[in-house]
Design a protein. Structure first.
Lengths: 201, 201
DNA sequence: TTCGTTTAATGAACTATGTTCACTATCTTT
DNA sequence: AAAGATAGTGAACATAGTTCATTAAACGAA
């Protein structure tokens, strides 16, 4: 009898109902302001129910993070078309920053927040690793063609990721207030272009 | 009679007692884990007392942030000795990252945490501005000598700050787990050197 | 010295949060 | 139909930040 299968399906459905509500609230108000009680109220179930499907708030957050990485990879995949690795690298930098600026809450979760990284550093980073590997391969291809002003690929990976992350992080955490706020987003994109120009040849 | 003066002195003393306890707890456990109740207990006063001297937890945090910026400027001042602006810039990048890695809690407060920036974006950034101006002047000097591979100073400021911040931020927020954890700190310093080499001439 | 006034200090109480768990109600299997 | 399994419940607990009526002490004027 397919009872077990149906139950499992229902369990998954319920999980998705919670996740969908959580995603909506999270994208609107951020993770901190998204309370378990709020989610419960939204889906018209009791608080306790949420804990049947998610161990704690962090597990909920992991699921959201996974969504974020999938979304990011969706953007990156498009870049594989570009055959010249330097072009690919430049567009990757741009796409990364663009993702960060257009998906602040996801970006926060994926790369800034403390919470999700406090535990199980493995499973949730499978998809995160995909994104990193994409950078890594592109950098590697650039190095092979001797088109990067770097000694080794490892250092280039770190430098480039650090760079694009830094721009997004400083901006979303409101530390760039000494720059002209009308032009700041354009300035950030310019900085990406200028720096990628400076380190490639 | 000097009663008023004495009272004011006592008030300042009490403020400092609170601040000292808060600093100790904060540097040991971070801001989130430092509770008002914890501070009160440590100085053997009641919770309410703390609210006489600090409007809320954010004001306490502002005071800590101020300390952090002062500490950072103490390091930066030493770099003024270097007359070659490119040397100064390179050492500045190194010093910035070094400050971040050696003072994680302060760095977190100053450049990563959401809390302090949610309100009064002015007063608390006077000292922060000093640090930024130091970078800005150094970059400006490099540009004047045509030693930077950048179109304009503004973009260079943004790029360089973004870069060093990104490295510290990714590391302290545990996002660099795909790198060899035994070498990662050295790799970060290497990345700083390699990138500053790449963008200067 | 005494007495009204000011104010530092108190800590119980309020709000909000994540989390747990004994209990109920419903569904499944025998 | 009875027994067993389990989804769902919501009161209760722990821990936060914050407020405020109340107390006690210090102060200054008479």
């Amino acid at each position: 009898m397919g009872t077990i299968e149906r139950k499992e399906r229902e369990k998954l459905e319920m999980r998705n109902v919670i996740l969908k509500a959580a995603t909506e609230m999270f994208l609107q108000d951020g993770f901190e302001k998204t309370s378990i009680r709020g989610i419960a109220e939204k889906i018209e179930y009791s608080v306790g129910t949420i804990y049947i499907y998610f161990k704690d708030k962090t597990e909920l957050l992991n699921a959201l993070m996974e969504q974020g990485f999938q979304k990011m990879m969706g953007v990156f995949k498009e870049l594989k078309k570009n055959e010249d690795p330097v072009v690919r690298l430049k567009k990757l930098g741009y796409a990364y920053v663009n993702f960060g600026l257009k998906n602040k809450e996801y970006y926060d979760l994926m790369f800034i927040m403390k919470k999700p990284m406090e535990m199980s550093e493995d499973k949730k980073w499978v998809s995160g690793m995909n994104a990193f590997n994409f950078l890594s391969e592109t950098v590697s291809a650039c190095m092979q063609d001797n088109r990067l002003r770097f000694q080794d690929g490892n250092s280039a990976n770190l430098a480039i990721w650090g760079f694009v992350h830094g721009l997004v992080a400083l901006y979303t955490r409101k530390r760039l207030i000494m720059f002209d706020q009308k032009r700041i987003e354009k300035d950030i994109y310019d900085a990406v272009n200028n720096l990628t120009d400076a380190i490639t040849k």
